[in-house]
Design a protein around this ligand. Structure first.
Ligand code: SF4
Ligand code: SF4
Length: 89
């Protein structure tokens, strides 16, 4: 099979969008709704840490997996989690 020595001139296209998940741990009461509703298993309850109300809170375990569906943001009863679109331009 022939192999070309030419290399691409342009970098491969990047994913169209990337997202950042922000969690306000002080507001979070660890209800786990976001964990259950996230289709990509991005979130988990941190069972080793407590906020000032002595409650466990949600943390991001797979930041690169977030697809920005905002299910977590919509379901959160304490408005503790937000999705931000990264500027990748
Ligand atoms: S936006 Fe969707 S994929 Fe991202 S953390 Fe929230 S529920 Fe999971
Ligand atoms: S849904 Fe909101 S309050 Fe419940 S664990 Fe997730 S971030 Fe915390």
């Amino acid at each position: 099979m022939l192999k070309s020595k030419r290399t691409p001139i342009l970098a491969p296209p990047r994913a169209e969008k990337e997202y950042t998940v922000r969690i306000f741990s002080e507001q979070c009461d660890g209800c786990k709704l976001c964990v259950e509703f996230c289709p990509k298993d991005v979130l988990e309850i941190d069972l080793e840490s407590f906020n000032s109300r002595v409650l466990h809170y949600a943390k991001v375990i797979k930041p690169d997996e977030c697809v920005g569906c905002e299910q977590c943001e919509r379901i959160c009863p304490t408005a503790s989690i937000f999705i931000l679109e990264k500027d990748i331009s």
